[in-house]
Design a protein around this ligand. Sequence first.
Ligand SMILES: Cc1ncc(COP(=O)(O)O)c(C=O)c1O
Length: 393
Amino acid sequence: MEFYDFIDYKLNKTACESNYRQINFFIKNNSLPKIMIDDREYLNFSSNDYLNLSSNKEIIEEFNRANLKYGVGAKGSRLTSGSYDCHLELERKLAKLKNKESALVYQSGYCANLGIFSAFDDKNICFFSDKLNHRSIVDGINLSKAEFKRFKHKDYKDLEKKLKISKAKIKIIITDGVFSMDGDICDLKKLIELKLRYKTLLAVDDAHGFMVLGKKGKGIYELFDLNEKLLDEVDIHIGTFSKAIGLTGGYIVSTKKIIDYLINYSSAFIYSTALSPSNCKAIIKSIDIAKNMQAKRIKLKELCLYAKEKLQEEFEITNTKSTIIAIILKDSQLTLKYYEELLKNKIYLKAIRPPSVQKNQSRLRVSITLAHSKADIDYLINMLKKIKKDLSS
Ligand SMILES: Cc1ncc(COP(=O)(O)O)c(C=O)c1O
């Protein structure tokens, strides 16, 4: 097959399945809850900026100050020419937040997952990964020589069956904290129980929970009644600064030995230019602000509950306990139709289709942020109801 025949075949296939993707919009302004695309303003329900911090003045000022001090880029990878005092400051802060020895920051959450799992590159290792884990986890594991077992989504009996028969010398369980396309949450208590019973390591990626869930913003860890000793059984904390923190970057927090190992064996860390120092300084500021947003987090939780209760009266939604509410429409073409009709009504809510979700699981993934009001949510729900009615008549 000629190379371009192959490309054409693949593009035609995805188009026929209504899953073709295009970058068809260019954002000119994105101050939540509104988004300006090609000179038209929409109500935005597709943002991960849950605490609305990406436009926070104090954070922007810190970013600008750091740009003047350090320059705009890191100018090299950490090990050759780009390790700054603020990288260390941020890593110390993260380790303290998670009550662990050490941390390492990456250029994104995707890089953090790719960087860590590809580095555990040995045939004696077996990864046990939830089927709905984020793609970056899957990609990281696929780059490693280790064994790869996937257990059914949140089916811990299935996980236990797989753990029981595994002959691997080193077992690592990996889960998303909040599942990014569904908004549901892993059962941390059960996972710790299994980890202890089968003497495995446990890695949790709480990208969508960090600074969003729990009174103190400690993410899913605050939602379970676990003492410090049990919480310490999470061996590897993974997360991102690109959701609630409002910036870019990812992190791994763990023991000093694991972090030392990553510094030596994690290609995504070794061979890539570091997170920019100004981004780092802004992240530190953003974490400090986010830590003190208790009252705002309660407000956000109430807004999510409000949206969830109203949406489930009319639609099939996921069993969410987070800021993500997925309206399951199943069919990709139907999901696209909703998306297009919402756009006509000045709502930006992206259609999520395979391969981001499994076949016949297309959906509208609603993200609730602090910038939304109940009136915004009411407007969305009324529009959705109207579209549903129009499409069925
Ligand atoms: C669970 C999870 N991990 C990692 C990532 C990637 O993070 P980033 O956007 O910082 O690359 C995401 C983002 O969607 C995610 O949902």
